[in-house]
Design a protein around this ligand. Structure first.
Ligand code: 13P
Length: 250
């Protein structure tokens, strides 16, 4: 099955308004030879500005996270309603930094999934194992339980359009990339799990992105793998020329 590739940039806690504006303007001229879907996830302070500047281009804008409630007394949090209002069409959920630094559990993520679906935000749902878990041969079990518990209670119909990002924790920001074969192995396992939990059509249609030290120099070999449908890029998404090269992978 032919799946449209997705190249997404997670800007994390980086960029002033001016830096965000300069980056999105530069990306408008990046070209897109693979006709990929291109998504950027700025900080909330830059989201409305970036969405406004992206208007009329093919660039799409994502939140990095959303709260599970629509509004209320949740100091510092941002609701899906606010993210949408600011121009987001997508939201990342379950990024490993959210899981490990901010304590997002599968139960919390399951509520955030509900919130995003309620407001028609396309979810980029992140999963991944730690080095310890990999060395203990728990990779697939860990990822299966993140998927099963995080998405619990929703049907394939409700989850239509879901994007999964496999981000091994040990590869994030470390310069250590999973080998293309390691990525392929886990991506194929994720697709099999989706087929088992939902159905084969859903599994075949779901885009599975790889994230973790994706660079201009390694994107081609990673994207060559049959179950790798795109990349979720951190560090190199902040550098226009690097991200442009990743968008235009060979
Ligand atoms: P790096 O590309 O900096 O390793 O970050 C990956 C990531 O966490 C994207 O969400």
């Amino acid at each position: 099955m032919k799946r449209t590739p997705i190249i997404a940039g997670n800007w994390k806690m980086n960029n002033t308004l001016a830096e965000s504006a300069a980056l999105i303007e530069a990306l408008k001229n990046a070209g897109n030879k693979n006709n990929a879907e291109i998504i950027v996830a700025p900080s909330f302070t830059s989201l409305a500005k970036v969405a406004e500047l992206a208007k009329g281009s093919s660039l799409q804008v994502s939140a990095q996270d959303v709260h599970w409630e629509d509004k209320g007394a949740f100091t510092s949090a941002v609701s899906p309603v606010q993210a949408k209002d600011a121009g987001a069409t997508h939201t990342i959920l379950g990024h490993s930094e959210r899981r490990s630094v901010f304590g997002d559990t599968d139960e919390i993520l399951n509520k955030k999934v509900a919130a995003a679906l309620r407001h028609n935000l396309t979810i980029i749902f992140c999963v991944g194992e730690t080095l310890e878990q990999r060395e203990a041969n728990e990779t697939i079990a860990v990822i299966n339980s993140q998927i099963e518990n995080g998405l619990k209670g929703f049907t394939a119909e409700q989850l239509k359009g879901l994007i999964i990002a496999y981000e091994p924790v040990w590869a994030i920001g470390t310069g250590k990339t999973a080998t293309p074969d390691q990525a392929q192995e886990v991506h194929a396992a994720i697709r099999a799990t989706l087929a088992k939990l939902y159905n084969e059509d859903f599994a075949q249609a779901t885009r599975i992105l790889y994230g973790g030290s994706v660079k201009d120099t390694n994107v081609d070999e990673i994207m060559a793998k049959p179950d790798v449908d795109g990349a979720l890029v951190g560090g190199q998404a902040l550098i226009a020329e690097k991200f442009a090269r990743i968008i235009n992978f060979n």
